[in-house]
Design a binder for this molecule. Structure first.
Ligand code: DGT
Ligand code: CA
Ligand code: CA
Ligand code: ZN
Length: 572
């Protein structure tokens, strides 16, 4: 049993307990599931090496859950889980994936309508049976059907940030094969698309058959579609398809370029080469039969008379022309972000204390973070009111003093909730005392385009507001973005001097790359924030930086790539 299978069962326990109205236990299981998901070692290995005691060292896992995990590893199930599942034998993950469907609803749907699967739910809703249930009504039935529709559309897409740790593990394992000179992920993974269709791995070796044999022996392969000396296609146990291609070192650059894509970039680049009377393919760049370039991508672009184009820009949206004229942007780099302007703590729904987040931020190489806990209208998170915020400011002063030697600054902030009409739930005189006022939409996702646009712009017009967090509110696998007139919003951001966030949390990736590019063009500044709810989440910043690069952003466009004084001056 691998980590994601274990985490999935722990998450199911959360829902099962919630159905039974059990207190506290759901949160404990949720934390344990998150802990297991975030490990970079297999739980199985941890257990074999250190037994039950080692399991208890996993973040979020206490003695009771550790014993359950032990049982899971030994027998593939555990008694409490089996007993609860027997009562409500439904496909929980499948049903909760529908926006708006939670454990309590699932219980009623099972007990009254015998809904077990997503297909059952769709059938029942289409037949109007859901609307007739107590406490459901026509509105929730419509919402459920919309949610199912959305799931179907986005089905098959995978969020890069959630898959990347595993992709790195696979690549590293192939890199250790003695016959492999180098290996990398190409395709949409290398271009850092927010979602990926499959994983395209490229390796160089003079012994491709040997490499393929070893690859097929790896533990995470579920099914082999096809298997040849230079190309193998498999399905991984995580459900993703994966292609491995092996090429000789001499063609590395040409093959990497070809398999990185995008297809549109490739087609345009080939045309560009053929205008010069040359031929470009996955083996190299040729004049007649003569090999001109192909060992490295740098050489390939150079011989074509182009500046090197970063993979994140290869979508045929003007990058080849810009490369020809030497007008490519100098993209913000993966090491350029030096602060994080959206961080939650255990003052609300975060897992760690202010001090723990600060130490972890410093550890992650940052020089400042802003603490931005939720505000009061998000009551379920324990959102702060004015009094709590003022108290937190005092605490931040205290911790800043305590951490003086760390050369790290904790800024005072909040993630202030935007009401349906654009009003904020914290008084202006308290907002005025914060370093960073972020605001965000967390409810009323279904307002019309005009209402939603007006709502966001009204929030921007408050002179204390600095940043709009996760502007569109989307959650890639399950919630559509709110409707907005993006050009109007960007124009208002420009005139009010409001910063738009690029939220790096993998499922959010919000704003998206097209909007980033519009901001760059309009001169609207952006921040890249992890939206960390735990010390482990600072690593998500990478995906926000990728998103910024896909939108052609430079360091000058990203305020938290600037030194803290310059950034604060801009916000004032
Ligand atoms: P995905 O997998 O849907 O997220 O997107 P990609 O871009 O990874 O696409 P994929 O896996 O079908 O192919 C990997 C790369 O191979 C693609 O980015 C460019 C190259 N490629 C695939 N098919 C073609 C083609 O018909 N013509 C050209 N020029 N290149 C292709
Ligand atoms: Ca692909
Ligand atoms: Ca592919
Ligand atoms: Zn938020």
């Amino acid at each position: 049993m691998n980590n994601s299978e274990i985490a999935k069962i722990l998450l199911e326990m959360t829902a099962l307990f919630e159905m039974q109205d059990v207190q506290f236990k759901p949160r404990a299981y949720e934390r344990a599931a998150l802990g297991v998901e975030s490990l970079d070692r297999e739980v199985k290995e941890i257990y074999h090496a250190g037994g039950l005691a080692a399991l208890e060292e996993i973040p979020g896992v206490g003695a009771g859950i550790a014993r359950h995990i032990e049982e899971l590893l030994k027998t593939g199930h555990f008694k409490e889980y089996a007993a609860l599942k027997k009562k409500i034998p439904v496909r929980i993950a499948e049903l909760t994936a529908v926006e708006g469907v939670g454990p309590k609803m699932i219980k009623v749907l099972w007990e009254k309508l015998r809904v077990r699967t997503l297909a059952d739910l769709e059938r029942a809703a289409r037949a109007g049976k859901v609307a007739r249930l107590p406490r459901f009504g026509k509105k929730s039935e419509e919402k459920i059907l919309k949610g199912i529709e959305f799931l179907k559309q986005s089905g098959g897409l995978r969020v890069l940030g959630l898959m990347m740790p595993e992709i790195r593990v696979i690549t590293a394992m192939i890199g250790k094969f003695p016959e492999v000179t180098r290996v990398t992920a190409a395709g949409s993974v290398r271009r850092r698309r927010e979602t990926i269709g499959d994983i395209d791995l490229l390796a160089s070796s003079e012994h491709p058959e040997k490499v393929m044999d070893r690859f097929l022996g790896l533990p995470f392969i579920a099914h082999v579609y096809g298997h040849g000396p230079t190309k193998t296609n498999v399905r991984l146990k995580n459900g993703l398809d994966c292609d491995l291609r092996v090429v000789p070192e001499k063609s590395w650059g040409a093959a990497l370029n070809y398999f990185t894509g995008s297809k549109d970039h490739n087609v345009a680049l080939r045309e560009y080469a053929s205008k010069k009377g040359w031929k470009l393919n996955e083996y190299g760049l040729f004049r007649g039969k003569q090999f001109i370039a192909g060992r490295s991508e740098e050489e390939l672009y150079k011989k074509l008379g182009l500046r090197y184009i970063e993979p994140e820009m290869r979508e045929n949206t003007g990058e080849i022309e810009a490369a020809r004229r030497g007008k490519l942007p100098d993209l913000v780099g993966y090491d350029d972000v030096c602060g994080d302007l959206q961080v939650q703590t255990d003052w609300t729904d975060g897992e760690n204390s202010i001090e723990e987040m600060a130490r972890a931020g410093a550890e992650a190489g940052l020089s400042y973070i802003a603490i931005t806990d939720h505000t009061r209208s998000l009551a379920m998170t324990g959102g702060a009111d004015e009094k709590k915020l003022i108290k937190q400011m005092g605490e931040i002063d205290r911790i800043n003093k305590k951490l003086k030697n760390l050369k790290f600054k904790i800024l005072k902030g909040a993630e202030v909730n935007i009401g349906p009409s654009g009003s904020l739930d914290i008084r202006d005189d308290v907002l005025a005392r914060l370093d960073v006022v972020g605001v965000a939409v967390h409810s009323h996702f279904k307002l019309s385009r005009a209402e939603q646009t007006r709502r966001v712009i009204r929030a921007m017009e408050n002179p204390h507001v600095d940043i709009i967090f996760h502007l569109t509110g989307r959650l890639i696998p399950r919630r559509a973005p709110i409707e907005l007139d993006i050009d109007e919003v960007i124009a208002a951001a420009k005139s009010t001097g409001t910063v738009l966030e690029i939220n790096a949390y993998p499922e959010r990736a919000d704003i998206k790359d097209d909007y980033v590019r519009k901001c760059v063009a309009a001169g609207v500044k952006m921040s890249i924030d992890s939206d960390a709810h735990s010390v482990k989440h600072f690593q998500y910043l990478e995906y926000g930086i990728a998103q910024a690069r896909r939108g052609w952003a430079e360091k000058k466009d990203i305020i938290n790539a600037w030194p803290v004084e310059k950034m604060l001056k801009m916000l004032k």
